[in-house]
Design a protein around this ligand. Structure first.
Ligand code: ZN
Length: 228
């Protein structure tokens, strides 16, 4: 762990129960420079930056609030910075290349430590920026190894055959029950469906409510104890 303290943090007044994963879209040095710059009009930070070679950098202590999520919502709560840990993962390729294996290994180790220190971060509360800020944000992207993380106990992933399951009722309502923000004029129901697909069915994130998407939602609801 390399310490690169950022001045961009605030007081914690609530317990941490969410882990938000991001990608930087910028090289390591540039990412560290922005996330530790106390003079920008919009000051930003994260608790950790994870380099492509797997080296973790600590910018903000976990008992301080870092400024990474912006306008965001999950499971009916908004402004998630106050209750979350944020990791910025260096990735220059957006959705075009897989994350390097050694970076994924290091990410799993980093996440294991975080959830061990914050037991309220249950698997359904391990989220991407695109989950908590649909349409506005698309990181950590279509290539993010959610299935690998879930296999290591970090976050959730649909079980085999999930896509054939039946979901009773309205898909946007089901997604909201799982955790996604309610549709608004800015991020419509279709945008929320697309955010869910980016995460759980990246092969086609078109925002269309097809049977497979409904089945995946049913399985995930079932995994968190809601009857789908
Ligand atoms: Zn982000």
């Amino acid at each position: 762990m390399i310490e690169v303290p950022s001045p961009n943090h605030g007081d914690r007044t609530a317990a941490v129960d969410v882990l938000v994963l991001h990608y930087t879209e910028l090289p390591l040095a540039e990412s560290l420079a922005i996330l530790t710059d106390g003079a920008r009009p919009q000051r930003v930070s994260a608790h950790y930056v994870l380099a492509e070679d797997g080296t973790p950098y600590r910018l903000v202590p976990e008992d301080r609030v870092a400024w990474h999520a912006g306008r965001s919502g999950w499971r009916g709560r908004e402004a998630l910075n106050g209750t979350s840990i944020g990791i910025e993962i260096v990735n220059l390729h957006g959705d075009r290349h897989d994350y390097p294996a050694r970076q994924v290994e290091a990410l799993v180790a980093l996440c294991h430590g975080i959830v061990a220190r914050h037991p309220l971060i249950v698997p359904r509360n391990v989220v991407g920026h695109s989950d908590v800020a649909p349409k506005r944000k698309i990181d950590p992207g279509l290539r993010f190894p959610w299935a690998t993380l879930a296999a290591a106990g970090i976050g959730l992933w649909p079980r085999p055959g999930a896509g054939e399951r039946t979901l009773a009722g309205d898909l946007p309502a089901a997604l909201q029950l799982f955790g996604y923000p309610a549709p608004t004029a800015e991020a419509t129901a279709s945008d929320i469906v697309a955010a869910f697909q980016r995460r759980f069915r990246p092969a086609r994130a078109d925002g269309i409510e097809d049977g497979e998407t409904r089945g995946l939602a049913a399985d995930l609801l079932d995994q968190v104890g809601h009857r789908p």
